[in-house]
Ligand binder design. Sequence first.
Ligand SMILES: NC(=O)c1ccc[n+]([C@@H]2O[C@H](COP(=O)([O-])OP(=O)(O)OC[C@H]3O[C@@H](n4cnc5c(N)ncnc54)[C@H](OP(=O)(O)O)[C@@H]3O)[C@@H](O)[C@H]2O)c1
Length: 252
Amino acid sequence: VTEGSVFITGVSSGIGHALADHALGLGYRVYGTSRRRPERLLGHENFRFAPIDLLELDRIGERLAAFLEPSGCRHFDFAFLNAGSFGAKPARGERVTLDAFTDLFKLNLFANKAIIDHFVMHRYSIDNYVVSSSIAAVRQREGMLAYAASKAALNAMISVYALENRESFFALLGLCNVDTHVGRTITDVDASFPDLFALKQRARQSGYVVSPGERARHIFDVMRHRADLDLKSGTFTEIRTLLLARHATRTA
Ligand SMILES: NC(=O)c1ccc[n+]([C@@H]2O[C@H](COP(=O)([O-])OP(=O)(O)OC[C@H]3O[C@@H](n4cnc5c(N)ncnc54)[C@H](OP(=O)(O)O)[C@@H]3O)[C@@H](O)[C@H]2O)c1
């Protein structure tokens, strides 16, 4: 039974790929984008894919229109604004070139603006935007200049869109320690970055880092229970906090 429709950016790997997999398992029709082709998902009858490079900001609107309009799909239960990057491995701020800094803002911030604007201006009905943010947005660490700044700006931007578009719910989630390319890049450090190095040590403890599949399941679980969890639209919340609250209600 097809439950509804879901839009996901960054379906070629990591959390986005796992979200697509999980949504297909729940019976959703999934519209996914990324640059690389998610070969394993392509054979699924409810999966549609468009190769969209989100760094080509000027083309995002036309590419989304070409992808979605022929399908006739005007309503998404979930739009996962997930694609993102850390950039190269952690480095001191002055070592991050302006070009690299700009590219990270294009992908982590501007591309999401282009997508939301397309959906709002073309009157798509979106029940829930689910935005892949990070604790780096609010708790800064050495070596994370471009990532931290782009995710902080993402949080501010999503909070404003949430106020202006109250017919949609904007879940702004810190996704915390997932075993993906982004997760591994953040901990690709030596002791010259003490906070990230300590994180790298913690990440070796069993259970500290979760698989993308587990995180996808967590995300759908907290979204299903967002009212009980008192999750607020447009307010940054770490998924770990929500999972602890879920655990508390289950064991109460
Ligand atoms: N892993 C963690 O611990 C963690 C924690 C907090 C937040 N997050 C956030 O979670 C999100 C997903 O990251 P991940 O951890 O799953 O890492 P990942 O495996 O590297 O996934 C990143 C996804 O973004 C896509 N992407 C990158 N550049 C793109 C571009 N120019 N155009 C279109 N798509 C592009 C990639 O696809 P292509 O390369 O094929 O284009 C890929 O599918 C990111 O926003 C990240 O900041 C992750």
